[in-house]
Write a new protein. Structure first.
Lengths: 136, 382
């Protein structure tokens, strides 16, 4: 953990804050419709299946399979220069939604659609924890 | 009721395309607009509708600079690079409704000298979702966000980087024959393969450039258009389309399908033409992959067959489907696709620098904001 964290940070609002609060406690939670129980991500006010605005937060497995990826070699923001090159995974989670995060401990040669991964937690500064994907 | 042939392109114009200027986007936009107005044989005060690009000069700037006494309509179509072509649809609707006679679409930008796109994207409200959930992980700029779509296409269909190189090389060949184009150095597939990796699988030469300049287009009522200075170019079919999960590519059920896949069938049906009727296509090319994906989404080939479709110079001036005859965003200039409308108009007037012989019918697409699409099918006047 560096003294100065100069990367982009989320600015959570009421609809999304429970996701970030959970990550910071080392828990992976997803938003779910309280009526029809459809899981949705990223968090938002309305269920697109039944139009209910009642939402709840459920503990998710954090397990999933790689859907696609990119390996970035050019920093588009100065804060990310130290990470280059970095691997960004888009993952199909068991709960039926996708999530995108950086990979940890995965070799480029092992990347393939369907590769099993799981969510890990990285506390990057005192008040922020980001999700990462680790070998599953 | 449909918008079929409800508008005509009567004037096109641009500034010199540059990489380096101390001029403002507003000054550039005014110059290109005056050129388009003169091309149509109109006076600036004839403009009664304005659809400016979402950044840079606003409608009020045109009213003030041109002394327009009674502007009857203004709007913006916030779809990034899909905006200019989508604005044609908006213009045709207000023309058909009798609100306007001559609608100006214009864009001026200092993409090279001013703020780079990676920085611009973070500030745009339509990117709020990925701003919170993806940008903190380092996924910030379009090359990274779109590379994931390309990688998925590679894995599903066996598409290769060399196939994307074919698009960059063909586009550069056109640019070299077009004096307006910025990029004039020949490019080979090997040059493309040797260019540095930006965000895998995109290399530097898969990416469009940043430019300073402006481009503008006049959409007029068809009955008035026929009496103006140049032969009008008639818009036969027009549509915009928005992809599934428009705010986050990561959540899109099929991330290899863009909003254009919804728009293209509507535009072809409205125009009443078939793919084989298209003599020339100006296809939004922020990245090589996006060209290939749109060719699939429009139905020039099946999903997954785009890599094979673009091989062996198929998109060249003498190929099976001449694409981006001006050099596109990859090699002419990044004018968010307004320059693609300018080019299609010139092709169908027979006055392009790299002219497709006897081009009668052509199309132009727009793409932007993580997957929005737009398409116009046009014909030359009889
Ligand atoms: Zn529901």
């Amino acid at each position: 953990m560096s003294e100065v964290y100069d990367k982009l940070v989320p600015d959570p609002a009421a609809d999304t804050k429970p996701f970030w609060d959970a990550l910071h406690e080392g828990k992976f939670r997803l938003q779910r419709c309280a009526d029809c129980k459809k899981v949705r991500h990223y968090p938002r006010p309305v269920c697109d299946a039944c139009f209910s605005m009642n939402a709840e937060w459920v503990e998710a497995s954090g397990r999933g399979m790689v859907h696609s990826w990119t390996i970035t070699h050019h920093a588009f923001h100065p804060g990310f220069k130290v990470d280059l090159p970095f691997m960004l995974l888009t993952v199909d989670l068991e709960e039926g939604v996708r999530m995108q995060a950086q990979a940890r401990g995965i070799a480029e040669g092992d990347l393939k659609v369907g590769l099993k991964v799981k969510v890990g937690f990285e506390r990057v500064k005192a008040d922020l924890t980001l999700a990462v994907f680790e070998p599953g | 009721m449909s918008l079929r042939e409800a508008g005509a392109i009567t004037g096109v114009g641009e500034t010199k395309y540059m990489r380096g200027t101390d001029r403002t986007p507003i000054s550039l936009a005014m110059e290109a607009s005056l050129n388009a107005i003169a091309d149509a044989g109109l006076k600036p005060t004839d403009i009664d509708g304005i659809i400016p690009y979402g950044m840079g000069a606003v409608a009020e700037d045109y009213v003030t600079n041109f002394g327009i006494a009674d502007l009857r309509f203004s709007a913006t179509t916030p779809m990034g690079g899909a905006s200019p072509v989508a604005s044609i649809q908006c213009a045709m609707a207000v023309i058909q409704a009798g609100i306007c006679k001559h609608v100006l679409l214009a864009l001026g930008r200092t993409g090279y000298s001013g703020s780079r796109i990676g920085n611009r994207v973070q500030q745009m409200p339509q990117f709020k979702t990925i701003g919170e959930f993806e940008m903190p992980s380092g996924a910030i700029a379009p090359p990274q966000l779109y590379a994931v779509m390309a990688r998925r296409h590679f894995e599903m269909y066996g598409t290769t980087s060399r196939q994307l190189a074919e698009i960059a090389v063909t586009t550069r060949q056109h640019a070299i024959m077009n004096p307006r184009a910025t990029m004039q150095r020949p490019m080979t597939i090997e040059d493309h393969q040797a260019s540095r990796m930006i965000s895998d699988p995109f290399r530097l030469l898969d990416c469009s450039m940043e430019s300073d300049g402006a481009a503008a287009v006049i959409v007029s009522a068809p009955d008035i258009a026929k009496d103006l200075r140049k032969k009008p170019v008639i818009v036969m079919g027009i549509a915009e389309g928005h992809p599934d999960s428009p705010s986050a590519i990561s959540q899109r059920p099929d991330m290899t399908t863009l909003g254009l896949a919804k728009a293209a069938p509507r535009a072809f049906e409205m125009a009443g033409v078939k793919h084989a009727d298209i003599d020339v296509a100006e296809v939004y090319d922020c990245f090589t992959y996006i060209v290939m994906c749109q060719l699939e989404d429009m139905g020039f080939c099946k999903k997954g067959e785009g890599g094979g479709f673009v091989e062996n110079g198929a998109l060249g001036i003498n190929g099976r489907l001449p694409v981006n005859t001006h050099g596109g965003l990859l090699s002419e200039a990044h004018m968010a696709g307004m320059n693609h409308i300018v080019e299609l108009t010139r092709q169908l007037r027979g006055e392009a620098a790299v002219q497709v012989k006897d081009a009668e019918i052509g199309l132009v697409t727009g793409y932007g904001d993580l997957g929005d699409g737009s398409i116009a099918i046009m014909r030359r006047a009889a």
